[in-house]
Design a protein around this ligand. Structure first.
Ligand code: BTN
Length: 312
C-alpha cells in the first residue's frame, strides 16, 4: 500500500514487469476478482485504492518472526488446507509448515462433516507438527490448539470470551465459530507427524440457512469486522507458545488440561448426550490425564474417546 494514491500508467507497469499493456489489463482484472480495489483503466492509468486483508506469506511472516512457523504456503483456493498439509508432510515438509487458504472447496470437519469456507471471510489454517509423542497422547495438541485460539481472540478483543467445547470447538453465545481438525500419520508407538487444522469464522456476515442456528462468526458476535491478518498472527504466536511449553515444560500438560477446563462450561457438571456407541446421556466429570472427557452415567464413570458431545 506504499504510494497508494499514485496513478501509474499501464505502459509503465507493463515495462516494469516485462509484459504488454493487454496483459497488465488482464492481471488488473484478476486482482479485482480477488478483492483488490484498483481504480482506472488502460487509458487513464491505474490507482491502487485498497488491498484486502489477505493472509499472504509476505504479510504474515514479519508478524510471526521467532516462531516455528517459518514456511508459509498461501492459496487463493484449495480443496482443504488439511489435505494439502497432510500431503506435504508425507513428502517431508518441515515442522512448522503452515497452509493458509482464502477459500476451501472441500473444507473438512471431524467425521464426515464439511467445513463451510467462504472466500476471505474466515481463517482456514493447517500446521504441520512433528512431536515426539505416542499417538495415544496426541489429543493434548488439539486441546492446546483450542487454548491458542482462545488466547488469540482475547488478545484482540477481551470482550469475547469463547467457550471451549471438548474436544475442539469454540463457541460464543452458544454458537460455534471455530472448529479444529487434528489428523496424524503414526506408527503404533510413534507419531510421524500431526496436522492441526483450524477453521475460524471471522467476518462472515451471515450463514446458509442450515447453519444459521448453530454457527456464528467473530464479526456477528462482536458487531465489527476483524483483521484476519492480525488474528492469524496472534493465533500462530500463541500456538507456538503452547507447543514449545508442551515440549519443554514438565507441567505443561497439566496446565493445558487445567486451563481447558477453566474456559469450558462443558467439562465439569454439564448434562450431555454423547453420540458414541448408539448414544447415551451422562454428566461430565472432567478430563483424564491424556485429555479425554470423563462422564458419569448410571452405570459408572466412562471415558469418551471420540463421540460428539451435545449439551442438554
Ligand atoms: C470441526 O469442527 O469438525 C473441525 C473443522 C476444521 C476446519 C478446518 S479449516 C482448515 C482445515 N482444513 C480443513 O479441511 N479443515 C480444517
Amino acid at each position: 500500500m506504499d504510494h497508494a494514491t499514485v496513478v501509474v500508467s499501464g505502459t509503465k507497469i507493463a515495462d516494469e514487469i516485462g509484459t504488454g499493456r493487454s496483459e497488465v489489463w488482464r492481471l488488473i482484472q484478476q486482482l479485482r476478482s480477488l478483492g483488490v480495489d484498483v481504480a482506472g483503466h488502460p487509458a487513464t492509468g491505474y490507482q491502487l485504492r485498497a488491498v484486502p486483508d489477505l493472509l499472504l506469506a509476505d504479510v504474515l511472516a514479519p508478524l510471526i518472526k521467532g516462531t516455528i512457523f517459518q514456511h508459509i504456503h498461501h492459496y487463493y483456493k484449495v480443496g482443504s488446507t488439511n489435505s494439502a498439509a497432510m500431503e506435504a508432510a508425507a513428502s517431508g515438509a518441515p515442522e512448522g509448515s503452515v497452509f493458509l487458504a482464502e477459500e476451501q472447496t472441500a473444507g473438512r470437519g471431524r467425521g464426515a462433516n464439511a467445513w463451510h469456507s467462504a472466500r476471505s471471510a474466515g481463517i482456514y489454517c493447517s500446521v504441520v507438527l512433528r512431536p515426539n509423542l505416542p499417538p495415544s497422547e496426541a489429543l493434548i495438541l488439539s486441546l492446546a490448539a483450542g487454548l491458542a485460539v482462545h488466547a488469540a481472540i482475547q488478545e484482540i478483543d477481551a470482550r469475547i470470551n469463547p467457550d471451549l467445547k471438548w474436544p475442539n470447538d469454540l463457541l460464543v453465545g452458544g454458537k460455534k465459530f471455530c472448529g479444529i481438525l487434528t489428523e496424524m500419520n503414526a506408527e503404533a508407538t510413534r507419531v510421524r507427524f500431526v496436522v492441526v487444522g483450524i477453521g475460524i469464522n471471522v467476518n462472515d456476515p451471515r450463514f446458509p440457512e442450515d447453519l444459521r442456528d448453530v454457527a456464528t462468526s467473530l464479526q456477528l458476535a462482536s458487531g465489527s469486522e476483524w483483521s484476519r491478518v492480525e488474528l492469524a498472527a496472534a493465533l500462530l504466536k500463541s500456538l507456538h507458545r503452547e507447543y514449545r511449553h508442551l515440549l519443554i515444560k514438565p507441567n505443561a500438560r497439566e496446565s493445558i488440561l487445567h486451563r481447558f477446563a477453566e474456559h469450558s462450561s462443558y467439562v465439569c457438571g454439564c448434562k450431555v448426550r454423547i453420540e458414541e456407541n448408539g448414544g447415551f446421556e451422562a454428566v461430565t466429570e472432567g478430563l483424564d490425564a491424556r485429555g479425554f472427557l470423563q462422564v458419569r452415567t448410571p452405570q459408572g464413570l466412562r471415558t469418551v474417546l471420540s463421540g460428539t458431545v451435545r449439551a442438554m
